[in-house]
Design a protein. Structure first.
Length: 132
C-alpha cells in the first residue's frame, strides 16, 4: 500500500512539474522578459561601468520550445559607444557563466543551464538562454 502511495505521489509531482513547464511559455513570457532585461542590465552595469546607461538598448524578446523540449528565451540587445565591443564580450561571458551556474533568469520551475551568443541573428544580436 505504501509503495502504491509513493508511486502515485511521484507521478503526481512529475505531472505538476510538467504542467508548470508547459504553463511557463504561455503565462510567464512578459515576466521572464522583464527578468532577462533586468539581469542583462545588471551585468552590463557591473562589467562596463565606464559606459553610460543609455549605451544599452533592448529590442525583440521571445520564448519557444526547441526540438529537445527545452525552453529557449531570446533577447536582442545592442551596445553603443566607444569600447562597446570589449564591453559586449565581458557581458556575454558573464551571462554564459550565470546560465551555466543556473542563475537568472528563471521561468517557473525552469532554470537556465546554457546561454548562447548569436551576433548575426535575423532579429539582431541575441543572447539565448536554454532552460530545463
Amino acid at each position: 500500500m505504501r509503495t502504491n502511495w509513493m508511486g502515485a505521489a511521484l507521478v503526481l509531482s512529475l505531472l505538476c512539474i510538467e504542467s508548470a513547464q508547459a504553463e511557463c511559455l504561455a503565462d510567464d513570457a512578459d515576466d521572464v522578459g522583464s527578468r532577462v532585461r533586468a539581469h542583462i542590465s545588471d551585468v552590463f552595469h557591473r562589467k562596463c561601468p565606464e559606459l553610460p546607461q543609455d549605451a544599452l538598448a533592448f529590442a525583440y524578446f521571445g520564448m519557444w520550445r526547441n526540438p529537445s523540449n527545452q525552453l529557449v528565451a531570446q533577447q536582442v540587445f545592442f551596445l553603443a559607444g566607444p569600447r562597446s565591443d570589449a564591453c559586449r564580450k565581458k557581458v556575454v561571458k558573464a551571462l554564459k557563466a550565470d546560465a551555466a551556474a543556473g542563475q537568472s533568469p528563471r521561468c517557473s520551475l525552469m532554470i537556465p543551464h546554457r546561454a548562447e551568443w548569436i551576433p548575426n541573428a535575423d532579429s539582431g544580436p541575441s543572447i539565448l538562454f536554454y532552460m530545463k
